[in-house]
Design a protein around this ligand. Sequence first.
Ligand SMILES: *[C@@H]1O[C@H](CO)[C@@H](O)[C@H](O)[C@H]1NC(C)=O
Ligand SMILES: *[C@@H]1O[C@H](CO)[C@@H](O)[C@H](O)[C@H]1NC(C)=O
Ligand SMILES: *[C@@H]1O[C@H](CO)[C@@H](O)[C@H](O)[C@H]1NC(C)=O
Ligand SMILES: *[C@@H]1O[C@H](CO)[C@@H](O)[C@H](O)[C@H]1NC(C)=O
Length: 441
Amino acid sequence: MRIKYTICIVFFLALVIIEKENNIISRVSDKLTLRQTPRTPLEPVLSSRELLRHNGSVSLRHASPREPNPAFTLLKRRVENRTQHQPQPEGSGGRKHILLLSTTRSGSSFMGEFFNQQSDDMFYLYEPLWHVEKRLTLATGGVNSTAANWAYPEVLRRLFLCDFSLLERFIEPAPVAHVTPDLFRRSSSSSLCEDSVCSPAVKGVFEHHSCKNRRCGPLNLTLASESCLQKAHRAIKLVRVRQLQTLRLLAEEPGLDVRFIQLVRDPRAVLASRIVAFADRYKNWKQWAEDGDVPIDDVEVSKLKGNCNNLRMSAELGLKQPLWLRRRYMLVRYEDIARFPLQKAVEMYNFAGIPFTSKVKAWILSNTQASKETGGIYSTQKKSSEQVEKWRANIPFKIAQVVQKVCGSTLKLFGYKLVSSEEMLTDKSISLIENKVFNTR
Ligand SMILES: *[C@@H]1O[C@H](CO)[C@@H](O)[C@H](O)[C@H]1NC(C)=O
Ligand SMILES: *[C@@H]1O[C@H](CO)[C@@H](O)[C@H](O)[C@H]1NC(C)=O
Ligand SMILES: *[C@@H]1O[C@H](CO)[C@@H](O)[C@H](O)[C@H]1NC(C)=O
Ligand SMILES: *[C@@H]1O[C@H](CO)[C@@H](O)[C@H](O)[C@H]1NC(C)=O
């Protein structure tokens, strides 16, 4: 009995910590974004040559310089030469590149850990596009989507090849000799904190996202690149790509064999969480929640609608499995990951084509209550689903109704039940999560 309680408490604490950490980070990054001075988008970031070639088009194939810079090519050759005599993972054909796609407050940090923990043979990056988004944010608010549609896939393509040179141009202040103390959330990537990438700490240099368990000097991206080249697989977690469609050329990149895992969460829960986490940006919602009245034609409501449509369209596209996405797309619900972490992690690894290791399993077991998951103990399963449905007590029925109105087809696609009354919303004996297996032939 006592063990059961302890497990519950530990699980709860873990969730609280993850939530808290997310909150602080989100708030800090919100502030940073707000503080950012307007700039001419792209101009200082990309060389005029690249801009010319780019010519405002979203086409990656003809738009971008295909060859990485010569310094990087040299580095790559050197590392490859050095590792030539080490055992390779089923040749280069076995190398997997995984994109974890999500939106804020959907549990993507938690899911990311499933891959971050595989640090022996996985190079994991946490939100590298944060820098790109920041530089492409318009004075009027929002991101220059023309520029982003080009820059996002191209930065990702190079990162998958362990080439940080394009990302470097978006980092502020610019790295000096490929060294920077400013990489966003370096601390969330164990790949960027391990021995080979941890250079000695430098007195007086403040690292904004310093490694958690050790002191390292500013990040030397040359070392990061070298380490990346030696890892069997690479994974990147993102909350900044709105439409899967915009990554098509990345999927078609020969040799990358990219796998997309899209993580979604009940939009009502996401909104409830954002109202708390992004208090500034969601102050209108907060007000409406208090007043119990939502102006349905408000710009915030149409933003919500746009977000839901993006999620739905990306998922519809992925589930339709067009040729370029065949066997490359997987849809995962946060609610399923939270309730059945081990099972879902194994599914994701199978999908990615990477062996599931005991290290990841151990992490999941010690950070969730998954140990009970397969035991079929109803009470614990119910407890974890209660965790997942906690939001239901934190959002007024009126707000839930608005989400249902503008996100109805999205809720339906993902298998989230609509609530028809205040009672149904708060009665947690009625689950709002339908059992749903998404078709990924
Ligand atoms: C850019 O695009 C315009 C119109 O699409 C075209 O006329 C022009 O030649 C292009 N410039 C370059 C450098 O490709
Ligand atoms: C690879 O390593 C060998 C010996 O270590 C060296 O002679 C050769 O020049 C290297 N090749 C490249 C392309 O760096
Ligand atoms: C967006 O970026 C493109 C270059 O990709 C630029 O031509 C355009 O002017 C930018 N739009 C705005 C509103 O700044
Ligand atoms: C970064 O690492 C590379 C590779 O080891 C090294 O050559 C370079 O000097 C380092 N940069 C700095 C500024 O220490």
